[in-house]
Design a protein around this ligand. Structure first.
Ligand code: SF4
Length: 336
């Protein structure tokens, strides 16, 4: 293995030698640090299903939004250093527990060792899809390197406006960067494929999430030859792109621009997941008083109605009380 790794993996372009222990904006050196690996039931229905999604939460983050729901790990306060071999074994254990996929949460800054671990895991028999779950402050080159390793992309598109992206994530170029990365994800994975796609998959809809247009999932292409077919539950996404957008308090107009952009650019080629689960993490928000509340039902309904009026059919919405700290997983090293 090389002895240095000068990191310019993401648009922060820190240019530091992470293998020598230097730390860039993401707060992590080269070796993988993770804080939880467990079955997670509260992703979109076609990601979690009934058996759960095999989530691996990585520590550190190149984006570090001021309102982050997972701030203890994003800031790297919690986590355990693991080797590539240990990461490989974590995937295999999650598969054995019945996970419908391996869901890599905030993986950007560990892409190098992650690719090695996935290669290793496939040779050892891993046979479920890999989900790349990212805040999408990503270089296109990084996404290109994931081709063939990732089956489902689950990127956020957080902001349209550069002032908002600057204020909350210190990334005024976020929209330009994230949309270029999403474009590459769609190029790789295009139209969605679901396990058992020729049958009705509506039974996987859960209480917390509802599907705007369930019919779209049955219009997907053939599943033959897809990783995971026959190993995951019916209705689980085997290949495709779901773009998530979290509505922020007072952010309705920006959110509408995000949804409009996605629908006008990709139509029903992608799925759009519109989330209302924003939970104020009070300790972090002294400088951002406007974020110190949950979003109202009226704000969220207006955004969902807007999406429906635009014509969005392939989408997910959230229902019920989702804005609670109790829905944020405990980062207690479970499964690490
Ligand atoms: S991955 Fe981390 S060190 Fe590398 S460029 Fe991005 S923020 Fe900087």
């Amino acid at each position: 293995m090389e002895e240095s790794y000068i990191c310019n993996l993401c648009p922060r372009s820190c240019n530091v030698d992470r293998m020598a222990g230097k730390i860039g904006y993401c707060g992590q050196a080269y070796e993988v640090v993770a804080s939880r690996a467990a079955l997670h039931m509260w992703e979109e229905p076609c990601i979690s299903g009934e058996r759960g999604s095999g989530t691996v939460f990585f520590s550190g983050c190149p984006l570090r939004c001021v309102y982050c729901q997972n701030h203890s790990i994003a800031l790297g306060k919690v986590g355990k250093t693991i080797s590539v071999e240990e990461l490989t074994q974590i995937y295999l254990r999650l598969e054995k527990k019945g996970a419908n996929n391996i869901n890599l949460v905030t993986p950007t800054h560990f892409v190098e060792p992650i690719i090695r671990s996935l290669r290793e895991a496939r040779t050892k028999g891993l046979n479920i899809p890999v989900v790349y779950n990212t805040g999408t402050y990503e270089n296109v080159e990084t996404i290109k390197r994931l081709e063939g390793h990732v089956q489902v992309y689950l990127p956020d598109l957080k902001y349209f406006d550069s002032d908002i992206a600057g204020r909350y994530s210190k990334a005024p170029d976020y929209f330009k960067v994230a949309t270029a990365a999403i474009s590459e994800m769609v190029r790789q994975r295009g139209k969605a494929v679901f396990a058992g796609a020729t049958t009705d998959t509506s039974h996987v809809v859960r209480d917390m999430n509802d599907v705007i247009g369930a019919g779209g999932r049955n219009a997907s292409t053939s599943v033959s030859g897809c990783i995971g077919e026959g190993h995951v539950e019916e209705g689980i996404m085997l290949s495709g792109v779901i773009v998530r957008h979290l509505l922020l308090p007072g952010g309705l107009e920006d959110s509408k621009k995000v949804i409009k952009y996605l629908y006008e650019t990709y139509g029903d080629e992608i799925y759009i997941s519109i989330m209302n689960q924003y939970t104020p993490m009070k300790d972090n928000l002294r400088m951002y008083p406007e974020l110190n509340r949950t979003v109202t039902e009226a704000e969220y309904d207006e955004l969902v109605d807007y999406a429906i009026e635009l014509g969005v059919e392939n989408g997910f919405i959230q229902e019920g009380e989702t804005a609670k700290e109790s829905f944020i997983p405990e980062f207690n090293m479970e499964g690490i």
